[in-house]
Design a protein around this ligand. Structure first.
Ligand code: GLU
Length: 266
């Protein structure tokens, strides 16, 4: 089957495996509630993509979902409170995905993983097999960190690293990380109106120091963990894109070259 998206830098082949990472800020669209509209936007895009791409979603949002009902944190922000909130919110998050995606005729499945699952050969093999089987049967895996047993992404990262590990384990063709900004800039765009979007990065190591010093100061935060994700992707020879997930149709727009974003090429 021929891919109809304009994609000059990649070889066109029968099936592409795409991992899309949606963080809490994208999913809540900057509010304190999970945005049904953003999940609908995702579903609409996946409907258009499904003949050409096998898509795996890595989604945060469990804690955000729980916050709509309960607040266990009191005046603290301890990991155990967040873990409990995630445990409450995860089924609610999946219910949202399930209800909305099913209304578009799309089927979802939940996979909860930790970094350690990628270190153990058997766990890696089992994870790879489960995801492959789900994709074979046209179920969209929706992956989150298993926050009951791990707190890495709760503390830092919002699933950036997890999404790169997932991309590596399933031998994905590329990873799209949805951000609340167009990509990586050469300066803080909120402060410097002349800051320029870096559209292509060939080696994350070259800009790592620069990003740590300059970009991590952005209000959006999280660029350092995205660079780490890019390094993992590079290790696996997987292209990674940072795109603005606040835009409607951000995946399709990026694939069709209709929006600017940062590409970490391999
Ligand atoms: N796994 C957490 C969740 O789904 C990540 C929270 C975050 O870092 O925003 O809520």
């Amino acid at each position: 089957m021929v891919c109809f998206w304009k994609w000059p830098n990649k070889k066109i082949k029968d099936e592409e495996k795409l991992v899309v990472k949606i963080g809490t800020s994208t999913l809540t669209a900057g509010t304190n509630r999970v945005s049904h509209a953003k999940i609908e936007d995702l579903a609409r895009q996946l409907l258009k993509l499904r003949d050409h791409y096998d898509v795996v979603i890595v989604s945060s949002g469990a804690i955000a979902c729980a916050r709509q009902y309960v607040d266990l944190s009191g005046h603290t922000n301890y990991a155990d409170s967040k873990q409990a909130m995630a445990a409450i919110g995860q089924p609610k998050l999946m219910k949202l995905y399930d209800d909305i995606f099913e209304s578009f005729g799309l089927h979802v499945a939940q996979c909860l993983l930790t970094y350690r699952d990628f270190e153990d050969i058997t766990a890696r093999e089992n994870t790879r097999n489960t995801i492959a089987k789900l994709l074979e049967h046209k179920y969209i895996p929706i992956i989150n960190e298993n926050d009951t047993v791990a707190i890495e992404e709760i503390l830092l990262g919002d699933n950036d690293k997890l999404s790169a590990l997932v991309a590596g384990i399933i031998d994905a063709d590329f990873l799209i990380i949805a951000s609340d900004i167009d990509g990586l800039y050469d300066d803080n765009p909120h402060v410097n109106p002349n800051a320029k979007l870096i559209t292509e990065v060939r080696d994350p190591a070259e800009i790592k120091q620069y990003v740590q010093e300059k970009i991590s100061g952005l209000g959006t935060g999280g660029m350092t963990t995205k660079i780490h994700a890019a390094e993992i992707c590079r290790h696996h020879q997987i292209e990674m894109w940072i795109v603005n997930g606040t835009e409607i149709n951000f995946i399709l727009q990026a694939l069709e070259g209709k929006m600017r974003f940062t590409k970490f090429s391999v």
